[in-house]
Design a binder for this molecule. Structure first.
Ligand SMILES: C[S@@+](CC[C@H](N)C(=O)[O-])C[C@H]1O[C@@H](n2cnc3c(N)ncnc32)[C@H](O)[C@@H]1O
Length: 231
């Protein structure tokens, strides 16, 4: 196994290449996203916030589902992400792209769904961000968080390492964190894209590490999904 495969997979999150990489992430992690949205029954007219929206793949997916009567708040603390997200998602729904830290989350209205993916592993205090997200959900509304257990990823049976993430295995704590944020846990599960040889999983890994994994078997980091509600 090439040693460079141990480089941090999330390191490119805030670079100029982010949009391309997020496109690939959407490809390989699209299934967990669809599982979550279907499990919840997100539909036309929903109002949602996507915290740590990045290049906006989740925001766009949500916008497609909620449609022109729905409303998406795409929040990120990096202003570079904002305009690209707004442009892509506005084709489907009313979109408000906001530059704001998740730790200071404040919206002009409460929402039906607060969502984050690949965010909490990067923030200083995941519970603080989840607590702010809980506060913008209407009573009876939902939170969905999708975060990885990065050390459970494997390349040719060797664990992956994400030294740049503050909480690389935050997914494992997610159910408990959501409860600590004052929400009622409805469901939780984990899903991991896997593959061997050419295909989207190998392309994703290569785009992040610069190394072709060849025919080595790959299990990308499992995403833990939690679905919770505000009582
Ligand atoms: C790995 S990217 C994930 C993007 C997107 N959620 C996805 O799943 O494709 C993480 C994003 O979170 C943003 N971010 C990091 N810390 C943040 C914070 N404290 N508040 C808001 N956004 C933050 C970064 O700017 C980046 O766009």
């Amino acid at each position: 196994m090439p040693s460079t495969l141990q480089e941090p997979v999330e390191a490119a999150c805030n670079t100029a290449e982010m949009a391309d990489l997020l496109g690939l992430r959407d490809d390989v992690y699209r299934r967990p996203l669809e599982t979550a949205l279907e499990r919840l029954g997100v539909g036309p007219g929903w109002s949602c916030v996507d915290v740590g929206a990045g290049g906006g793949d989740v925001s766009v997916a949500l916008a497609e589902v909620v449609g022109s009567t729905g409303r998406i708040f795409a929040v990120d603390n990096d202003p570079a992400a904002r305009d690209a997200v707004a442009q892509r998602a506005a084709a489907f729904a009313q979109v408000f792209a906001i530059t704001q830290a998740g730790e200071e989350l404040a919206l002009p209205q409460q929402v039906d769904l607060a969502f984050c993916r690949f965010l909490l592993l990067h923030v200083i205090d995941p519970l603080r961000v989840l607590t702010k997200m809980a506060q913008v959900i209407r009573v009876g509304g939902y939170l969905v968080a999708q975060e990885p257990i990065t050390s459970a990823g494997r390349i040719d049976a060797s664990p992956m390492a994400y030294p740049d993430a503050r909480h690389p295995d935050v997914g494992a704590s997610l159910p408990a964190l959501v409860r600590s944020a004052g929400l009622e846990l409805i469901d939780a599960w984990a899903e991991a894209p896997a593959g061997a040889g050419p295909g989207p999983v190998a392309t994703y890994l290569e785009s992040l590490t610069g190394v072709d994994p060849g025919d080595d078997p790959i299990v990308l980091p499992p995403l833990v999904t939690v679905v919770a509600t505000r009582r």
